[in-house]
Design a protein around this ligand. Structure first.
Ligand code: ADP
Ligand code: ADP
Length: 222
């Protein structure tokens, strides 16, 4: 599904080259849930941003196979929900589809289904500021799924939430994952969260950023 070969990233800071990510190899299977953990600055976000096309790698090769279509579909969820404050929950979820030229009826229908998937039926008309942090992040997940991406990238999506909300969203995410069969790459600081959620845990280490080890997780899922 994802093949990463020798991908690396250097930034130039005041003329000096700083390595954010040393040459990295990683394969992720279709439908797999993989977590990436490691201290700040080990290159987790850089790797995700390169996969999302938000940042250009300095070198190496990435193949993301979609299977069904030639469109490369990647959904991204950030730590802070980046919702448009003047749009309702439904309009926020529909927004990527509107800009992609999907018909209004189809976009509405898909946004309704996605809000249902994330447990927000009844909150379609709510503005982001009227929703709790957990609910806003659920809207962000629904929006990331609006294009029906085969790959969902999540960069510490629950890191800003209280622990009770976080536990709840972890279970909801596992349920969404089981229902949608997405491939998920999930960045977190929490070993517990990584072990709870994933099939495999990739441990990264900083200075310079690289993969240190990869563990298979065999905990029973709820
Ligand atoms: P993590 O997500 O694991 O905290 P990052 O991928 O954000 O790590 O960063 C890896 C390294 O690259 C850090 O040393 C960071 O300072 C550096 N870095 C990231 N983005 C930039 C940038 N735009 N310019 C310069 N250095 C950067
Ligand atoms: P979470 O962030 O996980 O939703 P909260 O403790 O903030 O956790 O909310 C718990 C529940 O209370 C929500 O799932 C929702 O049903 C309800 N709720 C929270 N905020 C609102 C709101 N602004 N309007 C209506 N119901 C709300």
């Amino acid at each position: 599904m994802i093949t990463i070969r020798g991908v690396h990233k250097e930034f130039s800071i005041n003329g000096a080259s700083v390595t954010a990510l040393s040459p990295t190899d990683l394969d992720v299977s279709r439908g797999e849930f993989v977590s990436i953990i490691g201290p700040s600055g080990c290159g987790k976000s850089t790797l995700l941003r390169i996969l999302a096309g938000l940042e250009k790698a300095s070198g190496g090769a990435i193949a993301i196979e979609d299977g069904s279509s030639s469109r490369q579909r990647v959904g991204f969820v950030f730590q802070e929900p980046v919702l448009l404050p003047w749009l309702s929950a439904l309009e926020n979820v529909r927004f990527p589809l509107d800009t992609a030229g999907v018909s209004r009826a189809e976009a509405d229908n898909r946004a309704l289904q996605l809000l249902k998937l994330v447990g927000l039926s009844g909150f379609e008309a709510a503005l982001p500021r009227a929703l709790s942090g957990g609910m806003r992040q659920r809207v962000s997940i629904a929006r990331a799924l609006s294009y029906d991406p085969s790959l969902l990238l999540m960069d510490e999506p629950f890191g800003a939430l209280d622990l009770i909300t976080r536990d709840r969203l972890n279970d909801e995410l596992l349920s969404i994952w089981a229902q949608t069969k997405k491939t998920i790459l999930f960045v977190t600081h929490s070993v517990e969260e990584a072990a709870y959620l994933s099939d495999r845990v990739v441990v990264m280490t900083p200075r310079p950023g690289r993969i240190k080890s990869i563990y298979n997780v065999s905990l029973p899922r709820p």
